[in-house]
Design a protein around this ligand. Structure first.
Ligand code: ADP
Ligand code: ZN
Length: 807
């Protein structure tokens, strides 16, 4: 009877290849589908897994049973399994890691071992003859079981042997229990009036009131009931006992709603917008294609996205809109909500685990047809996707920089190809990669060349900082030219935005005696002084040192605070314009939930005259009264040891400049720099993206950098510097042995530009070539050999395919 047995392929969330075959017990069959989260026995443990297929085991083996299913619905669609497989292959990662990365956080259930006291253990603890060390452990256990790991990791650690001794004496037991997941469906009790006639006795007036209430309002959550009808607290219990009211458990949805949003009326499109919408929309019925929308800042790209999403929905399809994290919180999601109301689900890191889980289930149950979110929204469990929009496609935040280092923009194209959907990448300053794809015909290009209502691009004036470097104090970075422009703007009652891509007060503290920089104890970088908390901080690991510190080289106690960050600029601005309201917007002032919204609201409502910020202020915001943008130092990022330094600088400057003059009044930009003649700066000043692209592309071609080659970066890290170097050399040797005769270059091993981070030394090997599959095969084989030989068990090795940052 083959039909009687149902086998599932389950991928477990452990870094193992899998999948593994399990038997689906009869009672779980109705709940088991591809995408279902299940609890399975694995070795001696119980872990979470996901069903990725139904198929019998390939050979005759003893198969274990699935223990339970965990959610009201599958968490991903069958159509996403090939996507996961593609990712596992492309990014050289275990399938379990891919699924874990794709799904909302906080879902994993894993078992753990706990130690508990037995009755004879309790008696032994009370016995004066009990040895001291044993009594200590028995006392720690007390009445509640303690996780084994907690005991082993305590300070000082409890030896495993001691626990074993007590276990043998029968004083403690070690058992396994499940740790609960942080995110799951939220349940509440709902009361409902039973039908049928009332009994003659026992229905008091108060009880009748409750019954009437439920008959009028229908089933009501107990919490609501208690609020609306306080007498229900005492009457509900007896009524349930009498069988007149039924209680049931129901799933409720946590709603991450912020302010109330008023529906908007779509404006009529400009000719250019109409042209773009028609072109892209026509493709919706013919399947996969990628469009690159080059649209200057303020040209109305968001309106184009919304029209196309509407067209996709009208065709019975769904849509995904990816935006950089910050734009989401700022306003893009409000504009979409105003247009699409409750047909939208939102996914971003500002949600709690529970809220994100609820949004996820809402998508999986097909209750919404548009998902707007940051990079992880590319994994939204939608079916029938017609359109994927990637706004500000050049933005670095689409690349995940830890764990599975995927790029959501690239995955958008992969997923769209699998689902026959259309991709629209939009930007005022497309990445070199995408611009190249458009030039070679891989992407189709659509253009918005004019700002809505023909508003001109802001005029950019360059100020040479070299001329001011000997001026005293704050005027070295707030030059007289900039201060003058600020005064004029503020006198007209308009707003000023000052941009500097460095937070804190001083980014280069040095010892006044010996001139050595003050570095982090755990990383090879300078500390940053933060005046707000009066301490030095490391931006890599968070290490903290009080303001009264000393030089570790000469013990000198005077530290000079060189280099300026947003805090210093803010202080200087307050000093020059004491009667103006200044707001600072950076990671430090926006860490708390809701604080960013508050700052943005202040700017929008003009309670703020001057806003100082990092690149956070460069993205997406649309403030009509900002007419002056001041760039404090345009070249902070230009000298980084990274082939993308020029590209990033150009994009950032164009974006910041794009914040000026979006309303009726013309905008103006003052750009301060030490290198006014630099090509990148010149192109930004002239708003000449084409010139920049032409030059940058030929530079990339000459040096064989992407988009002309592919890069894979292998990072090696270890606490011990010698071991780290040896491991890097070993791995590099294994790679060389596997290198084909031509087509792949191996660079390194070399110390990473950031040589030590969080107490770990860092080395790297860079592979460059035209065929990613050949490079991947080399790496997979070399890694397998590396692991097989052993000897480097603690060394961490991570692989970054198409790295964004080469540090
Ligand atoms: P971008 O994303 O290209 O920088 P936005 O989409 O933010 O530009 O649009 C800039 C401003 O123009 C917004 O305030 C938007 O509401 C407005 N806008 C967009 N399209 C139109 C249109 N067709 N008619 C009138 N206003 C428009
Ligand atoms: Zn550090």
């Amino acid at each position: 009877m083959p039909d009687a047995t149902c086998y599932a392929q389950v991928t477990v969330t452990l870094p193992l290849s899998g999948p593994y075959t399990y038997l689906v017990p009869d009672h779980l069959r109705p709940h088991a589908a591809v995408g279902s989260r299940v609890l399975v026995p694995f070795g001696r443990r119980t872990v979470t897994g996901y069903i990725t297929a139904f198929a019998p085991p390939s050979k005759k083996i003893r198969v274990k049973k699935i223990i339970d299913t965990l959610d009201p619905c599958p968490l991903f669609t069958p159509g996403m399994v090939p996507l996961f497989q593609w990712i596992a292959d492309y990014y050289i990662a275990p399938m379990g890691d891919v699924i874990k990365t794709a799904l909302p956080g906080g879902l994993n259930v894993v078992d753990r071992q706990v130690v508990s006291l037995t009755t004879s253990g309790t008696r032994a603890a009370a016995d004066p003859a009990c040895p001291e060390t044993e009594k200590e452990l028995l006392d720690i256990l007390g009445n509640t079981p303690v996780p084994l790991k907690q005991l082993l990791d305590s300070e000082p650690p409890i030896p495993r042997s001691l626990i074993k001794v007590l276990e043998n004496k029968g004083w403690v037991t070690v058992t396994r229990e499940l740790s609960t997941a942080r995110a799951r469906a939220k349940m509440e009790t709902v009361a409902e009036a039973a039908s049928g006639p009332l009994p003659k006795k026992g229905v008091t007036e108060k009880r009748q009131l409750l019954l009437d209430f439920l008959r009028v309002h229908g089933p009501t959550a107990r919490a609501d009931l208690n609020r609306k009808l306080p007498s229900a607290k005492s009457t509900l219990g007896p009524m349930v006992e009498m069988g007149l009211i039924h209680l049931s458990e129901d799933r409720v949805e946590r709603s991450p709603l912020g302010e109330e949003i008023v529906p908007d009326t779509p404006p009529s499109l400009t000719d250019e917008q109409q042209q773009v919408v028609s072109t892209v929309s026509a493709q919706l019925s013919s399947g996969y294609a990628t469009f690159l929308l080059k649209g200057v800042t303020g040209s109305g790209k968001t309106e184009v996205y919304m029209r196309l999403v509407e067209d996709a929905l009208a065709a019975g399809k769904t849509a995904v809109v990816l935006v950089p994290e910050i734009a989401l919180i700022a306003q893009t999601d409000r504009r979409f909500k105003a247009r699409f109301g409750d047909r939208i689900a939102v996914l971003h890191s500002g949600l709690s685990d529970g809220e994100r889980y609820d949004q996820w289930v809402k998508i999986a149950e097909k209750r919404v047809s548009v998902v707007i979110g940051a990079r992880s929204a590319i994994f939204a469990p939608l079916t029938d996707i017609g359109l994927i929009v990637v706004d500000e496609e050049h933005d670095g935040s689409y690349k995940q920089e830890s764990g599975l280092r995927y790029n959501a923009r690239d995955l958008a194209a992969v997923r769209a190809r699998m689902e026959g959907a259309v991709v629209l990448l939009g930007s005022a300053t497309p990445s070199i990669q995408s611009a190249w794809n458009a030039r070679t015909g891989k992407f189709k290009e659509v253009l918005l060349t004019k700002r809505v209502n023909q508003k001109p691009m802001p005029e950019i004036e360059v100020v040479d900082l070299k001329k001011y470097k000997d001026l005293p104090g704050i005027h070295t970075f707030l030059t007289p030219r900039l201060v003058e422009a600020m005064t004029q703007t503020l006198d007209r009652d308009e707003q000023v935005l000052l941009f500097l891509n460095r937070r804190g007060f001083s980014g280069a503290p040095i010892c006044a005696h010996c001139g050595e920089p003050l570095k982090c104890r755990h990383c090879d970088v300078s500390m940053t002084f933060h005046k707000g908390v009066n301490a030095f901080r490391c931006h890599i690991c968070g290490y903290f040192e009080p303001a009264k510190t000393h030089c570790r080289i000469c013990n000198g106690h005077k530290i000079k605070l060189l280099g300026s960050g947003t805090e210093k600029v803010e202080e200087a601005v307050k000093d020059i314009f004491p009667h103006k309201n200044v707001a600072r917007m950076d990671q430090d002032t926006t860490a708390r939930r809701g604080s960013l919204l508050k700052i943005l609201k202040g700017v929008r409502e003009k309670q703020v005259d001057i806003v100082v910020g990092t690149q956070m202020i460069a993205k997406g915001h649309d403030f009509p009264d900002i007419t002056l943008v001041g760039v404090i130092c345009a070249d902070t990022a230009l000298n980084l040891p990274d082939f993308r330094a020029g590209e990033r600088t150009f994009q950032l400057l164009a974006q910041v400049a794009g914040r000026a003059g979006r309303g009726d009044k013309p905008g103006r930009v003052i750009l301060q720099t030490y290198v006014p003649d630099h090509f990148t700066i010149g192109c930004a000043v002239d708003h000449d993206a084409d010139a920049f692209y032409t030059q940058e592309t030929s530079f990339r071609r000459a040096l064989a950098y992407p988009p002309f080659t592919r890069i894979i970066l292998v990072r090696i890290a270890d606490k011990n510097s010698g071991r780290c170097r040896t491991a890097a050399q070993k791995l590099s040797g294994l790679l060389w042995e596997r290198r084909p005769d031509q087509g792949i270059a191996i660079m390194g091993p070399a110390e990473a530009p950031l040589t030590r981070a969080m107490n770990r030394y860092r080395w790297q090997i860079l592979l460059k070539g035209e065929s990613p599959s050949a490079m991947k095969k080399m790496i997979t084989d070399a890694l397998a050999a590396f692991r097989k030989e052993g000897g480097f068990s603690g060394v961490s090795i991570s692989i970054d395919v198409d790295p964004y940052a080469l540090g």
